[in-house]
Design a protein around this ligand. Sequence first.
Ligand SMILES: *[C@@H]1O[C@H](CO)[C@@H](O)[C@H](O)[C@H]1NC(C)=O
Ligand SMILES: *[C@@H]1O[C@H](CO)[C@@H](O)[C@H](O)[C@H]1NC(C)=O
Ligand SMILES: *[C@@H]1O[C@H](CO)[C@@H](O)[C@H](O)[C@H]1NC(C)=O
Ligand SMILES: *[C@@H]1O[C@H](CO)[C@@H](O)[C@H](O)[C@H]1NC(C)=O
Ligand SMILES: *[C@@H]1O[C@H](CO)[C@@H](O)[C@H](O)[C@H]1NC(C)=O
Ligand SMILES: *[C@@H]1O[C@H](CO)[C@@H](O)[C@H](O)[C@H]1NC(C)=O
Ligand SMILES: *[C@@H]1O[C@H](CO)[C@@H](O)[C@H](O)[C@H]1NC(C)=O
Ligand SMILES: *[C@@H]1O[C@H](CO)[C@@H](O)[C@H](O)[C@H]1NC(C)=O
Ligand SMILES: *[C@@H]1O[C@H](CO)[C@@H](O)[C@H](O)[C@H]1NC(C)=O
Ligand SMILES: *[C@@H]1O[C@H](CO)[C@@H](O)[C@H](O)[C@H]1NC(C)=O
Ligand SMILES: *[C@@H]1O[C@H](CO)[C@@H](O)[C@H](O)[C@H]1NC(C)=O
Ligand SMILES: *[C@@H]1O[C@H](CO)[C@@H](O)[C@H](O)[C@H]1NC(C)=O
Length: 826
Amino acid sequence: MENLQSRKTLSSLYLLLFHLLQFSSLSLLSSSYTLPDKYFINCGSDSNSTLNRRNFVGDVNSTFSSAAGGQTSAVSTTNSSTTIELYRTARIFKNASSYELEISQIGTYTVRFHFYAFNNLSDAQFNVSASGFSLLSNFTSLKNSPEIKEFLFTIETRKFTIDFKPSKNSSFAFVNALEVFLVPDNFIVNSMIRVSSSGSNSTYDGLLSRVLHPVHRINVGGGALSPENDTLWRNWVPDDGFLYSVIAAKNSSFYSNRPNYQEGGATDYIAPDLVYKTAKEMNIDPGRLSNFFNITWNFNVSKNVPHLVRVHFCDIISSSNDIFRFNLYVFDTFSQKIDPYEVIPQLAAPFYKDFVVDSDDFGFINVSIGPRQDSNNQTAFLNGLEIMEIIGGLSPGLKKLSKTHLVFVIVGSVLGGVASVFLFIAVFVVRYKFRKAKPVENSDWQTIPSPVCNLNLGLKLSLSEIQYATKNFNSKLMIGEGGFGKVYRGTLRSGEKVAVKRSQPGHGQGLPEFQTEIKVLSKIRHRHLVSLIGYCDEESEMILVYEFMQKGTLRSHLYNSNEDLDKSSSESKLSWNRRLEICIGTAKGLHYLHRDRGIIHRDVKSTNILLDDDYVAKVADFGLSRLEALDQTHVSTEVKGSFGYLDPEYFKFFQLTQKSDVYSFGVVLLEVLCARPAINKKLPWEQVSLAAWGLSCQKKGLLWKIVDPLIAGNISPNSLRTFGEIVDKCLKEYGVERPSMADVLWDLEYALKLQQTATHREPHEDSTTDVSWVLPVPSVHRLPSDSMTIDEDGVTVDDFGNTGADTVTDTCAFQVFSQLRIHDAR
Ligand SMILES: *[C@@H]1O[C@H](CO)[C@@H](O)[C@H](O)[C@H]1NC(C)=O
Ligand SMILES: *[C@@H]1O[C@H](CO)[C@@H](O)[C@H](O)[C@H]1NC(C)=O
Ligand SMILES: *[C@@H]1O[C@H](CO)[C@@H](O)[C@H](O)[C@H]1NC(C)=O
Ligand SMILES: *[C@@H]1O[C@H](CO)[C@@H](O)[C@H](O)[C@H]1NC(C)=O
Ligand SMILES: *[C@@H]1O[C@H](CO)[C@@H](O)[C@H](O)[C@H]1NC(C)=O
Ligand SMILES: *[C@@H]1O[C@H](CO)[C@@H](O)[C@H](O)[C@H]1NC(C)=O
Ligand SMILES: *[C@@H]1O[C@H](CO)[C@@H](O)[C@H](O)[C@H]1NC(C)=O
Ligand SMILES: *[C@@H]1O[C@H](CO)[C@@H](O)[C@H](O)[C@H]1NC(C)=O
Ligand SMILES: *[C@@H]1O[C@H](CO)[C@@H](O)[C@H](O)[C@H]1NC(C)=O
Ligand SMILES: *[C@@H]1O[C@H](CO)[C@@H](O)[C@H](O)[C@H]1NC(C)=O
Ligand SMILES: *[C@@H]1O[C@H](CO)[C@@H](O)[C@H](O)[C@H]1NC(C)=O
Ligand SMILES: *[C@@H]1O[C@H](CO)[C@@H](O)[C@H](O)[C@H]1NC(C)=O
């Protein structure tokens, strides 16, 4: 405590000194910014390499060569012609070594490391630190995939030292290229408002004595920007993958003039023109009475760490200077008015706002924009957004004063698979303990009404017809068996192929459930839902007749359900396009159930998704609790659903929402991608649960590693990235954080478009922390208004020519399911 106090005092003293120094040096040093020309280093090379206006100077025999150089460092080269020149050499450090750079001007510097692990460089494991800040810990670079790590340092010493330290004596460190250059004055300011997820606000002081590590840099409403398009060689990615609801936002039209940079606003070094020339604005539906909603972006970051959040604005959507303001929200709890004309009374004038935001316990930051009642125009927009992790530690000067008090903060922490499984469990427990059960969307469902509905007689089939169809329940025609009874393939006299479910007397449901099931099912017709064709209740039989699905279950096309057999024995090889189409079809079916029928499926899994002759996906067994006939893996009678697909929230609280289906659907998506069961007990324990394993791979950016080898070569990286993000959103721990089926559907269609328009370029160019950044995002325009008419192929048949008395009301269906649910949860 005392140490902390003295440190605080020291650091404020130090800052004072620093500011005095800075002001006094202003007169001596030029305050106008010119593009930097030094410390672009081509590590391990004796020749210079030019990349996007930067001359990377070879460091062999150079003056700034590593201090501990000599015999401890070596160079490594590759001849691969697919690698850009800069990445063909690397400097290798077998012992702790450092680069020492002369600094002639105090200020904030960008420090960028380029790692490209060719040959055996991916075996390297090392720490990187500078000026007492730990930048990378036990860092290992992905093979043949360029990685860039960027930091912002405020340097006020004459020498800046970057240390590389192998993790073990047997290991080594490497780097392909280094950039250290000054950014304009006041690029980062020392103090600003601080916001936490609880909504409290305070002031954050001392940013200049910290290191910033950009983790997200988003060009909202625009495409990916690579270093060549940026004044300071930054990478920007599109925002679509971060949008909570894609329907809420639309891209503003591109602003073709140069943004109107003004004193007091941003400069093109804060963000390049291209960031300010595009934006997302509210997708206002002129037909809707109330257009009062928000646009939200969610970002994954480290847990409980302060971040600098910089939001970029430029009003490219207004046509005149009318009074137009809106709100910016952080975490739903903090709001700030954004009034473009209060900042600069001109159109298209870029400006930005900085906040320090503490991430929450789950590692999230979310930012929203929304309309204000007191504005002439009820809309809002955003052009760009940056999130930079704030790395603690002591500033360079102070380090000398109190070296023993150094506190290193681990950055770039990569959770291992094991760790994330623990995390998964831990989060689970924590939530269970500390959060009260949240109100559920369909809490009404917990009341038990008494359903008094009429049977739909139009679908009644005679027992003799059924006996004809199934050759008197011939066991050769049996295609499934379960707790409910047996399922037979059959052909009606009309020639129609059907699946016949025959309830075993004394098993499964009773007559009332049977009747209600018919009433509900007979009302539902949708291209992506398996239809009920008829029923039979003669002689105490309880038989349901469904349309027959020629190609069987989705699962049988992905892998053999027997874990011992490899997937080559699965029925067919589905292409990625076809898999996406199947997912889209399934999503349409579920979306229809949710939105139009208010029905929760409760058992979404790959064996409940059936394929017809044309591979059109149809969801089976929807909304019904007793029809697991085709599934022998269903164990529990207490918790409805199948292990491996269960919504953690439902599992804990017996709270069933539409978002429970979204969760299960997320697992199905992984199944489709990886072609393996949701639970495979034969695998190492961290891989047993597909949901946990897939999620941990996705979080580490390694999803591509677990893709079904049959399709791995044909997935476009952008499509895979989008797909991975959908999975990630569907599998959120809390239902409220998961998207609706409408949003999932939308995103899947986007993933399909990305696949269809994918251009196959080699992922080698330019710096990036992620291969997918390098690939051009094709100009697919997502027209949000389309989403309102999503199920063009969804047909609702209210009745089958029966009189009004025979039709079942929605309320009735509602009541039916509430009863089933209560029964089940016990
Ligand atoms: C590399 O660039 C530096 C700085 O511009 C220059 O001094 C040097 O002569 C160049 N070396 C070669 C081999 O071109
Ligand atoms: C580097 O310097 C050493 C000794 O000064 C010399 O032998 C070697 O040729 C130089 N290498 C290059 C690439 O200039
Ligand atoms: C790279 O090319 C050089 C000559 O161009 C050759 O000596 C060397 O063996 C090649 N290295 C590899 C790994 O192919
Ligand atoms: C470098 O490390 C090796 C062992 O890994 C050691 O023998 C050697 O003395 C070290 N060299 C220096 C300069 O520290
Ligand atoms: C990497 O491979 C090169 C030869 O290709 C070898 O000389 C070097 O020792 C290897 N390094 C490590 C750390 O295995
Ligand atoms: C880094 O690796 C070293 C040695 O392998 C280990 O002792 C240390 O705990 C690791 N640190 C982290 C943060 O993983
Ligand atoms: C690397 O950093 C980690 C975490 O800060 C630390 O545990 C480890 O001891 C460091 N390794 C070395 C060789 O300094
Ligand atoms: C690593 O090397 C250092 C010095 O080279 C030595 O002091 C230390 O004991 C070595 N550690 C191991 C685990 O070999
Ligand atoms: C910060 O919090 C105070 C109350 O603690 C509140 O009055 C003020 O409006 C908040 N500021 C902002 C910008 O939300
Ligand atoms: C980025 O820069 C390159 C080269 O200058 C150019 O071809 C490309 O169109 C630019 N990208 C955008 C989005 O303007
Ligand atoms: C927008 O978000 C804020 C913060 O969560 C909330 O107070 C406001 O009601 C939301 N507006 C609408 C229309 O949903
Ligand atoms: C509000 O802004 C939208 C988008 O620029 C524009 O289409 C609309 O005409 C504006 N409405 C008013 C009342 O200014």
